[in-house]
Design a protein around this ligand. Structure first.
Ligand SMILES: Nc1ncnc2c1ncn2[C@@H]1O[C@H](COP(=O)(O)OP(=O)(O)O)[C@@H](O)[C@H]1O
Ligand SMILES: [Mg+2]
Length: 227
């Protein structure tokens, strides 16, 4: 039976700016089911990051609805349910690589943080960097560690914002292949925003965005039900 992790109906998100309003997401509707892999592709400024933040529950829509029937409501979301890879890695500068990866476990009150963090680093081949500070890492190394941090609690949904932007083609392919292999094992759904068509082609579905809207929606029709 398919389990729906997240469902959104007619999502809009606009930002007040000095001169006028930026409408970053315009009427997007979608469903994310357990185990699905989805690429969000589109030019810079089309709304990918804004949409991912809404999917992760880090931001709220200006109008429309998003719910997480398989993951609990927004105010109870926890790092063990949704793993986030932020654009440009966003590691905590004062923490070592392994401490960064331990963070979602510690925030969720989990145990054996160090051993699990080391295993997550090893999944992406960066366990040797455990003791490094972010300033000692290359952009690509930081991206691998940021992905390890997102998966360490085995969340059911991973939301990754251009996680391979600092990697070359081969490095990007390895990182995404390892993430997808991990997802196959755990049954987690993975949503990646990317500029890279080769990365997008590895996913089950591709959502193309332009000016805040989906261009081609391979999604199943969304039934808004009681909404
Ligand atoms: N916090 C914000 N304040 C004002 N404008 C924003 C904010 N976040 C995003 N935007 C605007 O919304 C649009 C979409 O941005 P974003 O979601 O970052 O796109 P992408 O990730 O595809 O590059 C852009 O025009 C951007 O300038
Ligand atoms: Mg972005």
């Amino acid at each position: 039976m398919t389990r729906t992790l997240s469902i959104a109906a007619d999502l809009w998100r606009s930002f007040q700016r000095e001169r006028g309003v930026a409408v970053a997401v315009q009427g997007c509707s979608f469903k994310i089911n357990a185990g699905e892999t989805i690429a969000i592709v589109g030019p810079s400024g089309c709304g990918k990051t804004t949409l991912l933040n809404l999917i992760a529950g880090l931001d709220r829509p200006s109008s429309g609805r998003i719910e997480w029937p398989g993951l609990g409501q927004q105010d109870t979301l926890r790092p063990e349910r949704i793993g986030v890879v932020f654009q440009s890695a966003n590691l905590m500068p004062a923490l070592t690589a392994i401490e960064n990866v331990e963070l979602p476990i510690l925030l969720g009150g989990g145990c054996e943080a160090e051993a699990r963090a080391l295993a997550a680093l090893a999944t992406f081949g960066v366990e040797a960097l455990a003791a490094k500070l972010p300033e000692q890492l290359s952009g690509g190394q930081a991206e691998r560690i940021a992905v390890a941090r997102a998966i360490v609690t085995q969340p059911e949904l991973i939301v990754a914002d251009e996680p391979t932007g600092q990697l070359d083609q081969a490095g990007a392919a390895i990182l995404v292949d390892r993430l997808l292999a991990w997802g196959q094992q755990t049954g987690s759904a993975i949503v990646i925003a990317t500029h890279d068509e080769r990365v997008a082609a590895k996913m089950n579905r591709i959502w193309r965005m332009r000016h805040g809207k989906f261009e081609n929606m391979n999604a199943r029709p969304v039934c808004t039900g009681t909404g």
